[in-house]
Design a binder for this molecule. Structure first.
Ligand code: ADP
Length: 527
């Protein structure tokens, strides 16, 4: 089909090329007079005019064409800078069918030409009567308004988006950018528009990646990458970039680049990875330390316990007189060294116990235990010590105590420690070993009326190697630490009530119902 182009402006070659590309045969006129002459000689179905011509304006030219007899069925398009409603109304009154705003966007032009073709070729009837676009000024104004509302809301969205957004043309130039993009990369729109995205924000090392991303987006793909871009001041910014095509019809005419600053998130990720690495290194160190400790304990067991036992054995032999009589001073010295050796052995035993508990290597052998029996046996053991410190020990055992499912050896160990402490710190006052069931719990108490413990020391006494007060009778400061841990292992707890000068009450509480406490799992842990 033939088109007449009456355009004397920058858009002329663009329009010419677009028409040719769509298969139109184009005649060009530089003035209104020339255009009317050409049209008069052979009418054109499509006429495109610019709003200003050297000898007239576009509106007058259109009016003249529309006024001529063949001009009734021509499709008239005007090119103009802005389309305010009054203008549109004037265009409609001049019989113009459509308008294209300058600067002419290729996508818009393609759309308008397609519309013209549709109306001319496929639906010529559409050009008759009131359906002609140019005959309904009210409708045009309404459409124009709706378009503006839509444009304004899109603009608002574009500008207020929390991401930096740039519209990139097919040749990789910045078409538009929003405020966040300007803020993120430090460019004012006027200095960035028309420049390539590469030269603005892409560091050299990322150039080929950036080009590849844009190429894929322009080819219609949505591409998401995490990469690095450069601020105007040279600072590198870690960004997530979503590149997505801007489509018109089936083709992409550019792409959006949507950037989010992820520097902080990346820093957090790196910090996390570093602390994970530190944690792993620390765990390895810890594991090593545990192994070293366990080796030390084995050494202590063999290299310390065995010789101490041998020393004590010889001391006992000498004291017994089987190796000959001793002078009184010799006996005293030997007795003192025997006590010292015994304390040393206690310390080694305590440390070994503690380390076994810590390493989770304490073996439990649960069985039904008569607590009354345990306390009676304990009495026999602790009585000589209590007597040495001038105290007597009394038993208060409730009747019909149920058997307790627990490890008797560990139970005895805890109670012996409590009772020895009561004897040592009981100051000659009576000591009571008490046992009863309260609320399904077996409550075993060791009570003395001795020196007692100050309030602020009460929590510390369960710590390793802690001895409080001024009165000490040897000991290691580990007995209560071990007892508390053992109580927990037996699914129970160790409590204390005490007042300075009034004595102490240590209470071991264990679950009372047979079978509810230690079961087969713990029994299997025996080492
Ligand atoms: P030790 O081997 O020194 O007895 P323990 O851990 O058994 O270690 O006790 C820690 C400290 O708690 C004791 O040194 C003592 O100061 C205090 N203590 C423990 N039992 C009593 C008690 N019945 N009366 C007063 N003080 C006590």
């Amino acid at each position: 089909m033939r088109a007449l182009l009456a355009v004397d402006s920058a858009e002329r070659s663009q329009l010419h090329a677009a028409l040719l590309q769509r298969g139109w045969r184009v005649s060009s006129a530089g003035t209104a007079v020339e255009a009317l002459e050409l049209y008069g000689a052979a009418p054109y179905p499509l006429v495109i005019v610019s709003h200003e011509l050297p000898d007239s304006n576009g509106l007058a030219l259109c009016r003249a064409i529309r006024g001529s007899a063949p001009g009734r069925s021509a499709y008239l398009v005007i090119i103009h800078p802005t389309a305010v409603p009054e203008r549109v109304r004037a265009m409609a009154e001049a019989g113009i069918d459509d308008f294209v705003a300058t600067p002419v966007a290729p996508s818009v032009l393609a759309m308008r030409l397609a519309l013209a073709e549709y109306r001319l070729a496929d639906h010529p009837g559409a050009l008759d009567g009131d359906d002609r676009l140019g005959l309904n000024p009210e409708r045009i104004v309404k459409l124009e308004h709706a378009l503006r509302v839509r444009e304004a809301s899109l603009e608002e969205l574009f500008q207020s988006a929390p991401e930096g957004i740039v519209v990139v043309t097919e040749d990789d130039r910045v078409g538009r950018m929003n405020d966040e993009f300007a803020r993120m990369f430090g460019y004012m729109p006027q200095e960035a528009l028309g420049r390539t995205v590469d030269e603005l924000i892409v560091p050299l090392e990322q150039r080929s990646e950036a080009r590849e991303v844009m190429r894929r987006a322009i080819n219609g793909e949505r591409v998401m990458v995490e990469t690095v871009r450069r601020h105007r001041d040279g600072r590198l910014i870690e960004v997530s970039l979503l590149a997505t095509p801007i489509r018109v019809g089936n083709g992409a005419v550019g792409a959006y680049g949507i950037y989010r600053d992820i520097t902080e998130r990346k820093a957090q990720e790196r910090a996390l990875a570093e602390s994970e690495a530190r944690y792993r290194a620390r765990s390895a160190e810890l594991e090593e330390a545990m192994q070293a400790r366990s080796k030390l304990y084995t050494t202590m067991n063999h290299e310390l316990r065995t010789p101490i036992s041998a020393i004590m054995l010889y001391q006992e032999l000498l004291l017994s007189g089987v190796m000959g009589g001793l002078a009184p001073e010799q006996t005293r010295a030997l007795e003192d060294s025997h006590i010292a050796a015994q304390q040393l052995l206690e310390l080694v035993n305590d440390i070994l116990d503690l380390s076994k508990i810590e390493a989770g290597k304490i073996g439990l052998r649960p069985e039904p235990v008569q607590v009354g029996r345990v306390l009676t046996d304990l009495l026999a053991t602790v009585l000589p010590l209590a007597h040495r410190f001038g105290s007597d020990v009394r038993l208060e055992i409730a009747e019909e105590l149920p058997p307790l499912m627990t490890d008797p050896q560990r139970l005895r160990q805890i109670l012996l420690n409590l009772a020895s402490n009561a004897a040592k710190f009981g100051q000659g006052h009576p000591i009571v070993l008490r046992c009863r069931v309260v609320d399904e719990e077996m409550v075993i108490e060791v009570q003395d009326q001795g020196i007692g413990i100050a309030d602020d020391e009460l929590t510390r006494i369960f710590d390793d190697f802690v001895q409080v007060g001024t009165l000490q009778h040897g000991g290691t400061g580990l007995g209560l630490a071990i007892s508390k841990r053992l109580a927990t292992l037996l699914h129970g707890r160790l409590e204390v009530e005490s007042a300075l000068g009034e004595g102490s009450l240590f209470r071991l509480v264990l679950p009372a119902r047979l079978g509810t406490t230690l079961g087969a799992a713990e029994a299997a842990m025996v080492n």
